[in-house]
Design a protein around this ligand. Structure first.
Ligand code: FAD
Length: 380
């Protein structure tokens, strides 16, 4: 399946990402997921193949395009790479870099964006804290101005690619209480006082690393402030809307993969003298799965088209995320059911997809918070 907005350019991009994913990810997917990491060299290989520049401005080292191109690339990598953990780890720049691209100075873009797009450095976005996840406006990591630096103290948690990140786009409190006191600061690996606390063990997304980051009297040059001081909350919210669209797109991709695996299994597995596909109940399960995927895909398409036109659609992005994440949980569950006992076995792909899917109604803003946004924006 493709999106309604796709052109010949998207088709070529799909071809390129498919070839890369089939060669550089799929053969190693199971091993990397079990090992809970993928090799660092993959960043350089992905950049070399032209995958990292997608949707970034040419003047910042990207290859141009918009959110629709990034969505298509992400879908193709999930489906043909067959390792969601690798895709989300490799793609953490997709949430870390956009605020720098949007608000950074030319010098900041040169230092932070370009090396990541060349695959030389790894980037993370650090918003969540042990005591402030959904409630971003009350985050506690403090950055106190001292001469030409900010002195940062605090802890971030659940940070994707946090263990290996060279560049962390970090939300800090530079001002008073609430959303008006938050800024974005880039904190680089090696800055004294910045340590990676621990690599966290999780339900799914195994090949990606998820870390706790600690800052203790960490002096960060004031030149690393992204945008204006105390104006970070708005930038974070814009970033979240894009992230939600991506998570919805990944949900569609995971569901599509689970569906394809289930169709293939149902055509070969036999029970009571015929294939599973020969049983109407199984055919109808598959029909329901395909219908749910198509509905979510249509919403992702609508949302992506509007975002690509430059519209701010936080309500629609939240709806799209909830519809797609409900869908992927239901589809992955039915994929396991169709696989029977095999679906519960570690070496079978749908078992892993079922675990991977569970993150989607939580990460990038929970299902409940999405409903708050939908209610506040009265829909669109
Ligand atoms: C694998 C993984 C990767 C992640 N990657 C990153 C990353 O790279 N960078 C980053 O910054 N963060 C990351 N996160 C964090 C993620 O964004 C948060 O987990 C998420 O925003 C929820 O925050 P929380 O876990 O603190 O839950 P909480 O905010 O404590 O929420 C707990 C429960 O209470 C509900 N709740 C909270 N407030 C309300 C309310 N007002 N009304 C109704 N219900 C409410 C929530 O919906 C949820 O069900 C990641 C998380 C995971 C699991």
């Amino acid at each position: 399946m493709t999106y309604l907005f796709e052109t010949e350019e998207h088709a070529q991009l799909r071809d390129n990402v498919r070839r890369f994913s089939q060669k550089h990810i799929a053969p190693f997917a199971d091993a990397w997921e079990e090992a809970c990491e993928f090799p660092r060299e993959l960043y350089a290989a992905a950049a070399e193949a032209g995958l990292f520049g997608v949707s970034y401005p040419v003047e910042d080292g990207g290859s141009g395009g918009d959110v629709t191109h990034a969505l298509v690339a992400s879908e193709e990598m999930v489906i043909h790479g067959r390792s969601v953990g690798t895709c989300v780890g490799l793609g953490s720049h997709g949430i870390a870099l956009p605020p720098i691209v949007r608000l950074g100075t030319p010098e900041q873009k040169k230092r932070f964006v370009e090396p990541v797009l060349r695959g030389e450095k790894v980037s993370s976005l650090a918003i969540s804290e042990p005591n402030a996840g959904s409630d971003v406006a009350h985050l506690l990591t403090r950055a106190k101005r001292d001469g030409d630096a900010y002195v940062v103290n605090g802890t971030k948690t659940f940070i994707t690619s946090g263990c290996r990140a060279d560049i962390v786009t970090c939300a800090v409190r530079t001002g008073g209480e609430g959303h008006g006191g938050i800024s974005l600061l880039v904190i680089e690996r090696g800055t004294p006082g910045f340590t990676v606390g621990k690599k966290l063990k999780k339900t799914g997304w195994w090949a990606s690393d998820t870390a706790e980051l600690c800052f203790e009297d960490c002096r960060v040059p004031a030149a690393n402030l992204i945008g204006e001081e105390n104006q970070g909350f708005y930038a974070i919210m814009i970033n979240f809307a894009n992230e939600r669209l991506f998570l919805a797109g990944q949900s569609v991709a995971i569901a599509e993969l689970a569906y394809r695996e289930s169709v293939a299994y149902a055509k070969t597995r036999t029970a009571f003298g015929k294939t599973l596909m020969g049983h109407q109940v199984i055919r109808h399960k598959l029909a329901d799965m395909a219908t749910k995927i198509a509905a979510a895909r249509a919403l992702v398409s609508e949302c992506a088209t509007r975002v690509a036109r430059g519209e701010q659609v936080p309500g629609l992005a939240a709806m799209t995320k909830n519809a797609a994440t409900d869908m992927v949980m239901a589809v992955a569950d039915q994929a396991v059911q169709i696989h029977g006992g095999n679906g519960y076995m570690r070496e079978v792909l749908v078992e892993r997809l079922y675990r991977d899917a569970r993150l989607y109604p939580i990460g990038g803003g929970t299902r409940e918070i999405m409903n708050e946004i939908i209610a506040k924006t009265e829909g669109y």
